[in-house]
Ligand binder design. Structure first.
Ligand code: C5P
Length: 224
């Protein structure tokens, strides 16, 4: 059967990655979490004491770092590796969430990540989630979904995810982080977060994950 690209973009913590993962598993497609890649760049810069405004050092770092995904056989999940080491837990911490949008706004960072993402999806058969997949990475994606949800609902979901990893954060701090990231992501000059003209809008405020997955799968069936 013809393999396609499914682009799932939208605001932070709307359930993009949970939905994308389940859709990929259902179709036997690869799942690529592009947000994890920007988080990994942020972690690398912090660990190497590289200032975000030191562009020559940032560019050098982009050549040096290796961002890959490794499949965890037990969970079936793709885990982010930075220079060969799994760093899933660290990249999800609030200290990274608080800085990642600053890093993802740097044009050199975007160029490097977008090219790598295009290479990863060149054979198609991928579900990719992020902010600019349907507009910049794969403007020719056959299925494009743009997710949104009420900010408090999103913050409560994120709070639960963090608590499961023993990071207890007040909901107001998470709301502030989501608002700040959404603002920075939507207003940057290079591939800002916006809905592609041909993306279908999905408000997940009152939806269960299964309903979100079915929604995307129906779009896929209608396309194939
Ligand atoms: O999806 P996640 O919340 O993990 O993304 C973290 C951050 O990475 C976003 O807030 C955004 O700044 C950046 N990002 C991006 N483009 C993408 C995916 C994520 O700029 N395609």
């Amino acid at each position: 059967m013809q393999k396609i690209v499914i682009a799932i973009d939208g605001y932070s913590s709307c359930g993009k990655s949970t939905t994308a993962k389940a859709v990929a598993a259902e179709l036997g497609y690869a799942y690529i979490d592009t947000g994890a890649m920007y988080r990994a760049v942020t972690l690398y810069l912090l660990e190497h004491d590289i200032r975000f405004d030191d562009l020559p050092r940032v560019e050098q770092a982009l050549h040096e770092m290796h961002i890959t995904f490794k499949r965890n056989r037990k969970t079936g999940r793709n885990e982010l590796c930075l220079d060969g080491t799994i760093r899933e837990d660290e990249i999800r911490q609030m200290r990274i969430s608080n800085l990642v949008s600053e890093v993802s706004g740097i044009p050199a960072v975007r160029h490097a990540m977008v090219s790598q993402q295009q290479r990863m999806g060149r054979k198609r058969g991928v579900v990719m989630d992020g902010r600019d997949i349907g507009t910049t990475v794969f403007p020719d994606a056959e299925v494009k979904v743009f997710m949104t949800a009420d900010v408090l609902t999103r913050a409560l979901r994120r709070q639960e995810e963090l608590a499961a990893k023993e990071e207890h954060v007040p909901v107001e701090d998470i709301v502030e982080n989501l608002r700040k990231r959404d603002h920075l992501d939507s207003t940057r000059t290079e591939s800002p977060l916006r809905r592609a003209a041909d993306a279908v809008l999905l408000d997940t405020t009152h939806m269960m994950i299964d309903e979100q997955v079915d929604f995307v799968l129906e779009r896929v069936s209608a396309t194939l």
